[in-house]
Ligand binder design. Structure first.
Ligand code: GRF
Length: 219
């Protein structure tokens, strides 16, 4: 007998490479989650084709159909997600800012992946800003969503080195590869009940300790 898998709703607006990473992870029989619905606010999002190719139900809720009425837009999304039995909402390149009402109603059941090591570089253009700042490590973060943008308890992070000669594109590519590994890992931790929100923090159970310092530039 297999235990029930956590039902994911993935929200996208575009290319959907992180969605693809979740689709690929969910294809493994022992992965503890499955995608119940992919929801896009854009009908031409390439991620919808990825989902369809994997046989996953898709739906489009366009913000343009609710001009000036964000609560109605979010209520429509909420209804589709709940209708599909979604238990955890995963933002994966979803380019609309969600209101306090929506975020509150999915509290601790709504996660996001952001292309920086939060709390550094919230917002857009994270790779160019990391280069301009001269940090030696950059990366990505999966976090539970709170009403403030790119804020909330951190589940997991992946760090990548910033290399001599990097431009925003090369750095973005390195970070994106790390995103594709990190998002399924974070979802697994949550689905297995090993990542639990405790106030402003996430407590992780049963993970090995990473004890070695990583130095860049290397010794
Ligand atoms: C990713 O870099 C993600 O971190 C950010 O938006 C981008 C989405 O890319 N939130 P994709 O649509 O998953 O390819």
């Amino acid at each position: 007998m297999t235990s029930a898998k956590l039902k994911l709703g993935v929200l996208i607006s575009g290319r959907g490479s992180n969605l693809q990473a979740l689709i690929d992870a969910c294809a493994a029989p022992d992965f503890p989650a499955e995608i119940a619905l992919v929801l896009s606010n854009k009908a031409d999002a390439y991620g919808l084709e990825r989902a369809a190719a994997a046989g996953i139900p898709t739906t489009v809720v366009s913000h343009r159909d609710f001009p000036g009425d964000k609560p109605a837009f979010e209520a429509a999304m909420d209804a589709r997600l709940r209708g599909a039995g979604v238990e955890l909402v995963c933002l994966a390149g979803f380019m609309r800012i969600l209101s306090e009402g929506f975020v509150g109603s999915w509290r601790d059941r709504l996660i996001n992946i952001h292309p920086s090591l939060l709390p550094s570089f919230k917002g857009l253009d994270t790779h160019a800003r990391a280069l301009a700042t001269g940090v030696r490590f950059h990366g990505c973060t999966v976090h539970f969503v709170r009403p403030a943008m790119d804020d909330g308890p951190i589940v997991a992070q992946a760090a990548v080195p910033v290399l001599p000669g990097d431009d925003a594109n090369s750095l973005a590519g390195r970070v994106l590869e790390s995103e594709h590994r990190l998002y399924p890992h974070a979802v697994r931790l949550i689905a297995e009940g090993r990542a639990r929100v405790d106030g402003d923090l996430v407590r992780i159970e049963g993970a090995p300790l990473a004890l070695d310092a990583v130095v860049n530039p290397p010794f």
